[in-house]
Ligand binder design. Sequence first.
Ligand SMILES: O=C(O)C(=O)Cc1ccccc1
Length: 310
Amino acid sequence: MRYAYLGPAGTFTEQALLQRPEASAPDAERVPHGSVDSALAALRAGEVDAAVVPIENSVEGGVSATLDALATGDPLVVVGEMLVPITFVLAAPAGVTLADVRAVGTHSHAWAQVRGWMSTRLPEAAYVPTLSTAAAAAGLGTAVEEQTPYDAAVCAPVAATVHGLELLASDIGDNRAAVTRFVLVSRPGGGPAPTGADKSTMVLYQHEDHPGGLLGLLEQFAVRGINLTRLESRPTGEGMGRYCFSIDIEGHVDDERVGEALMGLRRVCADVRFLGSYPRADRLAATVAAGTQDTDFQQARSWLRSLRTP
Ligand SMILES: O=C(O)C(=O)Cc1ccccc1
């Protein structure tokens, strides 16, 4: 098995990949990619068997690059999720002090999570975006010949070690409880079986904008006792005000209540892009409300059948 991930070595994405025992199997190959788009393109092209990409951060919200890449193009499905607690360091080559730092390189999601620390400790520092936190560290590493447009990197402690940097400061995240959620993605076909503690991901496209449109989508879940764990509107690119909804719910496509909700959505939406059902990283079993158990749907269906064929 070949696994693409947002690299280089030392990213939080690599930490997420390493949480999967199958990615450390003797025959497993971990293939770093420079961007989310490149990792998913390699998966679509069949160069790898799966890919790990960040999808959501508890502080900064959804990772647009991932949400948009999954919402468009050849279909892909989420087959697993991983949670990584996020700790940031400020790292630089030996000899650089905090007073020398004029510009800081890092991933946009990392920058958003250290803004408070930066505004008090390095208020004059310019921000230089990089494709990942570890790419920022690698840009300052010993193997780099050319001039790097920043003096220090915000990255994971492991990235500083891997790329031979020293720490100028540790634990600089504004929110110590920050967690990022990553997804294991594969090509469609034979997703994981239900475990009782599952989530499903989908993108919903409305027919046309109208009052109560979003409410109409949400009530498909509400009446079947389905809890949402993420809801984001993303522009479709078709014009100002044109949005689709990227949604995570509790439950598996094989659960009756989820299947019924998907059928309801299929009827009222212009398009439903189903992105897979997979075990929850936290293993928390869904609370199933009265009247929404599998048996409740099955009994109601056989009752209807009896009405139609007395
Ligand atoms: O750049 C990384 O290391 C990533 O894996 C993406 C990311 C960036 C910031 C917080 C969490 C994940």
